[in-house]
Design a protein. Sequence first.
Length: 429
Amino acid sequence: MPTPTKWDTLLYLHFTNGATFNELSATLRVNILFENLNNRVLYKRLGELIDAELVIRKRNTNKKQTVYNINRENPILNNYMAFLLWSRKEGLDYNILLSKRAQDIVFSTIGRGPSTLKTLHEYTGNSKSTLIKYIRILERNRFVKLIKQKPLCIDFNLNDRTLFYLALMQPPCSLAEKTGKYSRLIHDIDTIKERIAGSNELMELVIKMHVYSTTVTEGNTANKDDVERVMKDLPTGLTPREIVEIRNTIEAVKHLNNHFKDLRPDRDLEPNNENIKLYHRILMRGLIDECGEYYASPGKRIIGSKLKLPATIEEIEYEIAAIVNFYKMYREHLHPLLLGAFIHFLLVTVHPFKDGNGRVTRIIHSMVLLKAGYPLFVFDPDMKNRYFDMLEVGRLENLDGFMNFILEEYKNALEAVADRKEPWPVVES
């Protein structure tokens, strides 16, 4: 007879928004799997969640009963709810994925790289048959990928599911061990960055390229001459909306750059809920009514994507909090070029706003880069179809293609600026 796990119980408490023991028990019994629920099991599950500080109980004077609710004061709750709700949305069995046996396999592939049955047995102590069973489950849920069939060899798979999993599980081994393959691109970008850093003229060109690329990627028909004319308040053939899009992006970039020019320890700027909303408000002012506000609806979709989006604003808030926690967890352990790309992927995949998700994602990505001394994120908007394709591959398979695309195109764009191969029109005022 199936019984609810502590993760099932936590999710039910989330959906009931607080309940007495009897109310929670009755709600669980509506599920055909739990219709014969033993209340002693439920007491045990609630006790486990209370011990983990994920659930609190308070005396309700009106009902004269104890009410159980999720502990919103515990920041770790956000990581749990983000993973559980994302898994539920994707139809994953979160109970198996959060089990000790699955966790041991995942941690082994993160810390040791590609792992055979022999190395997994040595690390976990589990039998061959048990390992094969869990490997198949992890592969089916895209947590690991098959490297070889004979002898069986697997490796950890980076995607939206596993990044939320890492934010929750906080493995003892470093994610940096999985990203060494990008060292050549990182070295190349570092070399180009030094050529740009000392030139105000080249840094100004990067700013113009960011404004141009991020707006055109989202459908703005401007060319470089149009962007230059808007920057100088000269007439163009663009629509009023397109002009507002460019002006708002210019304002957002100025706001970001001015902050870092006047950076003080008590005013450190980093990705968080408030700044994500702030920059969306700047970018989308005059374009939508919901600027700076998270948005959810049953019909909300990413064009061209199979991904299901969070169904409620509360779910979006959990996912954003988990992204922020992921950033804080890895900011001292991952190269900023990689961390920025991971945050980029997660934020645009959660898609928290009604419109402007790509633009706010690329400005937040730029925030991570600027904090580490790199120029704004920029890429050739002619590559936008490839950009969207790599985002979708990251959601459906793994992030290898997306990470390579982001780093390669960022390098190419900066190199074009450094070599002055990126012509920019001169428009007389």
